[in-house]
Design a binder for this molecule. Structure first.
Ligand SMILES: Cc1ncc(COP(=O)(O)O)c(C=O)c1O
Length: 390
């Protein structure tokens, strides 16, 4: 883009209802927030367990700041790695049941490090068509042959794997799809990975903290294998920031030595490692948080027939509306009633599949969910329940 092309391109985005603006939060994250001066009941964040403003996490972070200061000061390999990072990595490995874990500044960086450090020109990566943008970027950056398979289509993936002559292969999936809320068939995927001698890289950004008793997708499906690579983010259910990769000792040692987005970046502030340990404590000691999210999910699914919604069981429940302008209008109508459900438009989702993304949290009371469902019901395109979409 030349400089003189930017303003017209932004106008074109505006005309297509695709220009993004950042709502400005004036409160802590929670069920009730203040956005641009307006109090709202929010179904918008990824703070699924309501930990982002939990006092135990805040206390742990504050105590760590008191002892270690704010910044890590350098990358992990230079002098930014400390005892709290070590403890958090050990805690995450034990919690997920993996031999070793490695902290990253973000899930985006973790995904780039895994894919680009393990794959190169002679290799092939097979990614579900709906995987997160950071995984797609990692696939592209790796220079491996990049093959995508239709969403959760294992027959197609099996055929692609069988046809591949690549030296090293990797299957890449989200455990829980971020804009659809549905899950990957991980047991069958691992069987395919074994059959075709491939890595299976599982991005559990939206399952970690919820599934497997909070321990995530591998615990949920009782999966263990040297070829499994697990990524969990800490900025969602864990309520902190950053991410981790868990896997075999040798895999983690390789990432420390060859993961460019691990090596060439400043370490996570130690206070966030302390908050991560506190989040693991709360996940273990307050299982009611997960149960409450599941109960809210059942309530949404039971009432969800007013709009087309997929059958899902975790925190993310998309209401598929289709057009960008219509989706914005429904989101705006909810907002006028004091309810915040963000509209998700292309390129985050395919054209024609714009949606509202309802995000449930343990911070919500039953009455909050009932209020959302009543408002959505009133705005529904059709009022006869027998004629509404599935
Ligand atoms: C599936 C998935 N993977 C990775 C990421 C990136 O994680 P982070 O926000 O920590 O960079 C996200 C969301 O941000 C995500 O939804």
């Amino acid at each position: 883009m030349r400089a003189d092309e930017l303003a017209p391109a932004l106008c074109a985005l505006e005309a297509a209802h695709r220009r993004r603006r950042r709502p400005c939060l004036e409160s802590a994250q929670g069920a009730r927030v203040v956005v641009d001066g307006q109090p709202l009941l929010a179904f918008a964040s990824n703070d699924y367990l309501g930990l982002a403003a939990h006092p135990h996490l805040a206390d742990a972070a504050q105590a760590a700041i008191g002892r270690f200061g704010v910044g890590a000061g350098a990358s992990h390999l230079v002098c930014g790695h400390g005892t709290l990072h070590e403890e958090a990595e050990r805690g995450l490995a034990a919690w997920t049941g993996c031999p070793r874990a490695l902290l990253f500044g973000s899930g985006y960086a973790a995904n780039l490090a895994v894919i680009t450090s393990l794959l190169g020109r002679d290799d092939e990566v097979f990614a579900d068509r709906l995987v997160h943008a950071s995984l797609n970027d990692g696939c592209q950056l790796s220079r491996a042959r990049f093959t995508r398979f239709p969403h959760n289509d294992l027959a197609r993936l099996a055929a692609q794997l069988a046809a591949s002559r690549a030296r090293s292969k990797m299957i890449v999936v989200d455990a829980v799809y971020s804009m659809d809320g549905d899950e990957a068939p991980l047991t069958a995927l691992l069987a395919l990975a074994r059959q075709h001698d491939a890595w299976l890289f599982v991005d559990d950004a939206h399952g970690f903290g919820l599934t497997g008793g909070g321990r995530g997708a591998l615990a949920e499906h009782a999966l263990a294998d040297e070829r499994l690579i697990y990524m969990g983010t800490l900025g969602k259910a864990a309520g902190v920031a950053g991410a981790f990769v868990a896997g075999s000792e040798t895999l983690i040692e390789w990432l420390v030595n060859r993961g460019r987005s691990y090596i060439y970046t400043t370490a996570l502030p130690p206070a966030l490692a302390a908050a991560t340990l506190a989040a693991l404590d709360v996940m273990a000691s307050e299982p009611w948080r997960r149960e409450r999210v599941f109960a809210h999910a059942r309530a949404v699914q039971a009432a969800g027939r007013a709009w087309p919604m997929p059958q899902v069981r975790l925190a993310i429940h998309p209401v598929i509306i289709g057009g960008d302008a219509e989706t914005l209008a429904v989101s705006q109508a909810l907002r006028e009633q004091g309810i915040w459900v963000p509209p998700i438009r292309p390129p985050t989702v395919p054209a024609g599949q714009a949606r509202l993304r309802i995000s449930l949290s343990a911070a919500h009371e039953d009455g909050d969910v009932a209020q959302l469902l009543a408002a959505l019901g009133q705005l529904a395109p059709c009022t006869d329940p027998n004629e509404r979409g599935a």
